[in-house]
Design a protein around this ligand. Structure first.
Ligand code: NAD
Length: 523
C-alpha cells in the first residue's frame, strides 16, 4: 500500500506533548521530524542550544549524588519495572519507532527484545559488578588491597537514528545502575522514541533529572553534551566519532565509540546452504540494511557458490518490501533522502564500473519516497565505492573464494572491524576461522544476533569501527572510576623499618623478592 493512504497509528497530540516536554528556556528554532514512509513532517522538536544542554547537565549533576546513594537494589528494581513497562507499552513504542524511522514492524520489535534483554541483564548483575573486589596486596598478608567502583558523574549518550529505541536507552541503563545520571541526545530524525522511553523510566521510578533527553543538532547539542559530560557514549558514523573523540580527548574525558562497519559473511564449503542463505537474508536486509552489524560483503566457497547465489537471489526476490504498521512486511523504508542518495550512488557507481545486479537495484517511489529494493550484486571490484565504503542500505556484494586463507584475507581487507559471521557445520573450524577475523564480534552460523544478544559478553568494534565496548562487565565498568584502597598492616613495602639500616633492608627485600617469585600464592 502506498504510504499516503496509510494512517499512522502514533497520535499526533502525544507527539506534540513529547516535543513540548523538552526543556528549553526560550523559544528555540524547531527541527522538523519526517515520517519516512510518506515524507510528511509529523512534528517539530526544539533545536536545543548549548545553554540548554548545559542546564540539563547541571540538573543531572545535582540529582546524581542522591541517585547514587540509593542502594543498588533500588536502582535495579526501577530498571526491572522499566523492563515490564516496555513490554506492556510495546505497541505505542513500535508505532512511534516505525513512524519516525520507517522501519518494518518486525525490525522495531527486535528493539523491544533488545531493550528488555539488556534491562534484565544489567538489573540482575549490577550489584555483582559494583561489589568491592579484593586484589592481591603489595606484600602477602601485610597489605589488604580492595578496589571500589564509583560512578563517574554525568554520562552523555549520543545516539543515531537506525535503532531509536535500543540505542537511546540500552547504553544508558548500565550507566544509571552504576549510580550515574544520564543525558541522552538522540538523532534529529528520531527523537520521539527516546522521549517515550524517558517517560517510561520516570514511571518506573528513575528521578526526572537523573535521566534526561535533550533534542537538537549534533553540531550544537551533541557537541555541548560531549563538552559537559564526565563520560561520553557515542554511537554513530566513524567520521563523527573521530570529532567526538578529539573533543573528548581535549578535555581528558573518557569515551566509548560504537561506529560504522563494512561487515563480511564467510560461507565455508561444509556450510548448510539453506541456513546460510537465511542468515544472509537476515544479515543483509534487516532494517533495510541500516544496521551497523549488517553484512555488505558475502564470501562464498566456490564449490557451493552457484547454488548459494541462486537461492539467495530467489529468496531476496520473494521479500515483501512495503510500508505497514502491522507485522507482515519484511523490509521497510530507508530513513530519508540522504540515505537514499548514498545507496543509489553506490549502486550506480558499481554498475557503471562493471558490476552486475542480480536482483533489485532500484528505488521504489511507488511505495514511499525512500524505499529501495533489496539488492544483490556480483562483480564488485576494489575501485567501486561499494567495495569499501559503508553503504548502510539493502545492498550486498557476493564473491567466491577458493581457499579459507583467501576468505580470511578478503574479510580483513577493510578499514572497519565491527561484525562478521562464519558458516560451517564444524564448530571448531568456525571458531578457528573466527579468531582470525579482525572484528569485535564474530557469529558462527548466525548473522548477528548470537553475539549481539549475548549481552553478558562485550560488543564493539576493532579498527575504525570503534573504541571501547558495550554489554557485559566491560559495558558497565566503563561508567565507573576504579579506586584502589590499600591498607598496610605492618611496616612499609618501600622503606626500611625504623632502626634497620638501608643495606640490611635491601638485602632482606632481595631475599623476599626471590622467594615471592617461587611462591604459588603470590602472583
Ligand atoms: P551520525 O554520526 O551522523 O550521528 C550520530 C549522532 O551523533 C546523532 O545524534 C547526531 O546528531 C550526533 N552528532 C553529529 N555530529 C556531532 C558532533 N559533532 N558532536 C556530537 N554529536 C554529533 O550517524 P547516523 O547517520 O545517525 O547513524 C548511522 C551511523 O551509525 C552508521 O555509520 C552506523 O554504522 C553507525 N552505527 C553504529 C553502531 C554500533 O554499534 N557500532 C550502531 C548503530 C549505528
Amino acid at each position: 500500500m502506498a504510504l499516503s493512504k496509510l494512517p499512522a497509528r502514533a497520535d499526533s497530540a502525544a507527539l506534540s506533548r513529547l516535543a513540548s516536554s523538552v526543556p528549553t528556556d526560550e523559544t528555540r528554532e524547531e527541527i522538523p521530524v519526517e515520517a519516512p514512509y510518506s515524507g510528511i513532517n509529523i512534528q517539530t522538536i526544539p533545536a536545543s542550544t548549548s545553554a540548554d544542554v548545559s542546564a540539563a547537565v547541571e540538573r543531572a549533576r545535582e540529582a546524581q549524588p542522591a541517585w547514587a546513594d540509593r542502594p543498588v537494589s533500588e536502582r535495579a528494581e526501577a530498571v526491572l519495572r522499566f523492563h515490564d513497562l516496555v513490554l506492556d507499552e510495546r505497541r505505542e513504542l513500535l508505532d512511534v519507532a516505525q513512524l519516525e524511522s520507517g522501519k518494518a514492524r518486525i525490525d522495531a520489535f527486535e528493539e523491544i527484545l533488545d531493550v528488555a534483554t539488556t534491562a534484565r541483564h544489567y538489573a540482575h548483575r549490577a550489584d555483582e559488578y559494583l561489589e568491592p573486589e579484593r586484589r592481591k596486596g603489595a606484600f602477602p598478608v601485610l597489605t589488604d588491597t580492595r578496589v571500589y567502583r564509583h560512578p563517574v558523574g554525568v554520562v552523555g549518550v549520543i545516539s543515531p537514528w537506525n535503532y531509536p529505541l535500543t540505542l537511546s536507552v540500552t547504553d544508558a541503563l548500565p550507566a544509571l545502575l552504576a549510580g550515574n545520571a544520564v543525558v541522552v541526545k538522540p538523532a534529529e530524525e528520531t527523537p520521539f522514541s527516546a522521549l517515550l522511553l524517558r517517560d517510561l523510566l520516570r514511571e518506573a521510578g528513575v528521578p526526572n533529572d537523573s535521566f534526561q533527553v535533550v533534542t537538537g543538532r549534533g553540531s550544537e547539542a551533541g557537541a555541548a553534551l560531549v563538552e559537559e559530560s564526565d563520560f561520553v557514549c557515542f554511537t554513530g558514523g566513524t567520521e563523527t566519532g573521530r570529532k567526538v573523540a578529539e573533543q573528548a580527548g581535549a578535555n581528558l574525558t573518557d569515551c566509548s565509540l560504537e561506529l560504522g562497519g563494512k561487515n563480511p559473511m564467510v560461507v565455508l564449503p561444509d556450510a548448510d546452504i539453506g541456513k546460510a542463505v537465511s542468515g544472509a537474508i537476515q544479515g543483509c536486509f534487516t532494517n533495510a540494511g541500516q544496521l551497523c552489524i549488517a553484512f555488505e560483503r558475502l564470501y562464498v566457497h566456490e564449490s557451493i557458490y552457484d547454488e548459494f547465489l541462486d537461492r539467495l537471489v530467489r529468496r531476496t526476490r520473494g521479500l515483501d518490501l512495503s510500508p505497514g504498521y502491522d507485522f507482515g512486511p519484511d523490509v521497510g523504508s530507508l530513513i530519508g533522502s540522504d540515505q537514499l542518495e548514498t545507496v543509489e550512488s553506490h549502486v550506480e557507481d558499481a554498475l557503471s564500473k562493471g558490476a552486475d545486479v542480480l536482483t533489485g537495484g532500484r528505488a521504489r517511489p511507488d511505495l514511499g519516497p525512500y524505499f529501495f529494493e533489496p539488492t544483490v550484486l556480483t562483480g564488485v571490484s576494489d575501485e567501486m565505492e561499494l567495495a569499501r565504503e559503508e553503504t548502510f542500505g539493502p545492498v550486498v556484494a557476493v564473491e567466491s573464494f577458493d581457499s579459507v586463507a583467501d576468505a580470511i584475507e578478503l574479510a580483513n581487507d577493510s578499514e572497519y572491524g565491527l561484525n562478521a559471521s562464519v558458516w560451517t557445520e564444524d564448530g571448531d573450524r568456525g571458531r578457528k576461522v573466527a579468531r582470525q577475523i579482525e572484528c569485535g564480534t564474530v557469529n558462527i552460523n548466525d548473522a548477528y544476533a548470537a553475539a549481539w544478544a549475548s549481552v553478558d559478553a562485550p560488543m564493539g568494534g576493532m579498527k575504525d569501527s570503534g573504541l571501547g565496548r558495550r554489554h557485559g562487565r566491560e559495558g558497565f565498568e566503563k561508567y565507573t572510576e576504579a579506586q584502589t584502597v590499600a591498607e598496610q598492616r605492618a611496616g612499609s613495602v618501600t622503606a626500611p623499618p625504623e632502626g634497620v639500616p638501608d643495606g640490611w633492608y635491601a638485602k632482606a627485600m632481595l631475599v623476599s623478592l626471590r622467594a615471592m617469585k617461587r611462591l604459588p600464592g603470590v602472583r
